[in-house]
Design a protein around this ligand. Structure first.
Ligand code: ATP
Ligand code: MG
Length: 417
């Protein structure tokens, strides 16, 4: 894409009312537009990042047998009343219609997915069933000061599963945990799986996936030696104590973290609420066991910005960057430089490498500052020096490492890594 056609522009200052680093940087770089506290629109650069995260999540959910659907987000009130959530879930947005009917905005979708399950699950042969969606959620959050990490409208991947036996559930639960850890790894983050109580629904263990960041709203204890990690809220252990999981090989440290996903066993609560049964092999009726599995897509994007940015701006990991290459043309009207840049753009595009071409008439300093702020992983500079040497100056955003490459070396490097 030619940067001269990108309608968003960078800005020096973040809005005064925006306190979070992630939203400040994303607004300044033109990825998002703030509508009100906790509600953001995603502009071309931001939408590209979200789509990259969604693609990774989709690949991992498909890999463990998920079938993608798209559920309604405007809900009838009846199922919410049927589960008791209408009165008990304080973040639920309720809407009064002029027809005197009431509606809810989806904050999670058990109330919608369970009746769908009821319609299609008849026999044990229909189980297990795993469905998921990537879509908008609405929550009447009291505090929305963490930028896109805590929205009143936000994007979540939510998966729901139905199983005949606890054993089958447990097997899938372990697969889902691994899939989640792969997602976080692929978007460039290190997540720890905490063991926590499953909240209101169940006494069973649940996993929360935590990324260490000072911008997070959770406090966790984690072992420096083994993978043990727990939420301070539910733990009987304290900071500085020996870890009981690895027999004291490590000590528990306390840190701020952000919950980027969680998975839990819903047991038969929703199957009971909606009277969902299936016919077992010996002809009796039984309740399926359900699980729910969430990933905060927009929160994940915010956490990446918090965790990986530096003093100059955002640093996107290759896997979710809006473009892989930022082609900076420094031509000052020099036709040879212009045609060199155009040629590189053509070749990169032909090799299917997404590239943002800064073809604007602007000073080099301005182009570099914008490029640092936007955070595309590789900057390739085309200048008079390039015309003379046949080599492009390539700068890695994350490390500042500079290399000089010919077109073929550059394309080879980008297509074979
Ligand atoms: P939190 O404790 O942060 O409020 P939660 O326990 O309410 O999270 P879930 O209902 O399990 O979260 O939602 C699944 C995932 O969706 C969370 O792990 C988180 O990554 C994300 N998420 C939850 N609430 C928000 C929000 N208000 N804005 C952005 N992402 C959110
Ligand atoms: Mg919450």
């Amino acid at each position: 894409m030619r940067q001269s056609t990108l309608f968003t522009k960078t800005r020096r200052e973040a809005p005064k009312d925006e306190v979070s680093k992630n939203a400040q940087l994303l607004i300044r770089a033109g990825f998002v537009h703030k509508e009100m506290a906790g509600v953001y629109s995603y502009l071309p650069l931001g939408r590209r990042v979200l789509e990259n995260i969604e693609r990774i999540v989709r690949e991992e959910m498909d890999r463990i047998g998920g079938q993608e659907i798209r559920m309604a987000t405007l809900h009838p009130s009846e199922p919410w009343k049927q589960t008791g959530a209408w009165d008990n879930v304080d973040v639920l947005f309720k809407i009064n219609s002029r027809t005197e009917k009431e509606y809810a905005l989806g904050q999670s979708e058990e109330e919608i997915v369970t009746p769908i399950g009821q319609e299609y699950l008849n026999s044990y042969k229909d189980l297990p069933l795993k469905v998921y969606q990537i879509g908008q959620k609405y929550r009447d959050e009291l505090r929305a000061k963490s930028g896109i990490m805590r929205g009143r409208e936000f994007t979540m991947k939510d998966m729901y599963s139905f199983h005949a036996t606890q054993e089958d559930f447990d097997k899938f639960y372990a697969e889902a945990k691994d899939a989640y850890l792969r997602v976080y790894d692929r978007v460039g983050l290190v997540a720890k799986a905490t063991e926590a109580s499953g909240g209101a629904f169940t006494t069973k263990l649940s996993y929360e996936f935590m990324v260490l960041t000072d911008a997070g709203e959770d406090d966790i204890l984690y072992c420096g030696s083994c993978s043990y990690c727990t939420n301070v809220e539910v733990s009987e252990q304290k900071e500085g104590e020996k870890c009981t999981r690895c027999n004291g090989a490590g000590t528990l440290a306390r840190a701020k973290a952000s919950e980027v996903g969680n998975i839990f066993d819903l047991g038969t609560k929703y199957a009971k609420d909606f009277n969902v049964t299936y016919r077992t092999q010996d002809g009796t009726d039984a309740l399926p066991i359900m699980g729910c599995f969430g990933i905060g897509i927009t929160r994940l994007m915010g956490v990446v910005v918090e965790a990986l940015s530096d003093a100059k701006g955002i640093v996107w990991p290759e896997s979710i960057a809006p473009f892989r290459v930022h082609l900076i043309e420094l031509s000052n009207g020099n036709k040879d430089v212009e045609s060199e840049a155009a040629e590189l753009y053509r070749e990169l595009t032909a090799a299917k490498i997404p590239v943002l071409w800064d073809d604007r008439e602007a000073r080099a300093g301005e182009k570099f500052a914008d490029s640092d702020l936007i955070g595309i992983p590789l900057r390739v500079i085309v200048s008079e020096k390039t015309v003379a040497s046949g080599k492009f100056e390539c700068v890695t955003r994350a490390t500042g490492k500079v290399e000089h490459k010919s077109i073929s070396e550059l394309i080879g490097h980008l297509t074979h890594e």
